[in-house]
Design a protein around this ligand. Sequence first.
Ligand SMILES: [Zn+2]
Length: 44
Amino acid sequence: MVTRHKCLRCGHIWIPRQDKKPKWCPKCASPYWDKPRKVKKENK
Ligand SMILES: [Zn+2]
Protein backbone atom coordinates (compact mmCIF):
# COMPACT_ATOMS: atom_id res chain seq x y z
CA MET A 1 0.00 0.00 0.00
CA VAL A 2 1.34 3.34 -0.99
CA THR A 3 0.77 6.29 1.25
CA ARG A 4 0.30 9.53 -0.49
CA HIS A 5 0.11 13.00 0.84
CA LYS A 6 -1.85 15.76 -0.70
CA CYS A 7 -1.22 19.39 -0.09
CA LEU A 8 -4.50 21.12 0.59
CA ARG A 9 -2.94 24.43 -0.28
CA CYS A 10 -1.55 23.82 -3.75
CA GLY A 11 -3.01 20.41 -4.55
CA HIS A 12 0.37 18.77 -4.93
CA ILE A 13 0.37 15.02 -4.36
CA TRP A 14 3.53 13.21 -3.40
CA ILE A 15 4.72 9.95 -1.94
CA PRO A 16 6.78 10.39 1.21
CA ARG A 17 9.94 8.41 1.71
CA GLN A 18 9.35 8.08 5.39
CA ASP A 19 6.28 7.07 7.28
CA LYS A 20 6.52 10.26 9.21
CA LYS A 21 4.31 13.10 8.29
CA PRO A 22 6.30 15.67 6.37
CA LYS A 23 6.66 19.04 7.97
CA TRP A 24 5.88 20.91 4.82
CA CYS A 25 4.79 20.52 1.26
CA PRO A 26 7.76 19.88 -1.05
CA LYS A 27 6.22 22.05 -3.71
CA CYS A 28 4.87 25.14 -2.01
CA ALA A 29 6.76 24.57 1.25
CA SER A 30 3.68 25.29 3.29
CA PRO A 31 3.78 23.84 6.80
CA TYR A 32 0.01 23.82 6.73
CA TRP A 33 -0.28 21.58 3.70
CA ASP A 34 -2.53 19.15 5.58
CA LYS A 35 -4.74 21.83 6.99
CA PRO A 36 -7.35 23.39 4.79
CA ARG A 37 -7.80 27.08 4.92
CA LYS A 38 -10.46 28.07 7.34
CA VAL A 39 -13.12 30.10 5.72
CA LYS A 40 -14.21 32.50 8.33
CA LYS A 41 -16.13 35.61 7.88
CA GLU A 42 -14.53 38.38 9.77
CA ASN A 43 -15.96 41.79 9.59
CA LYS A 44 -13.31 43.98 10.97
ZN1 LIG B 1 1.72 22.57 -1.47
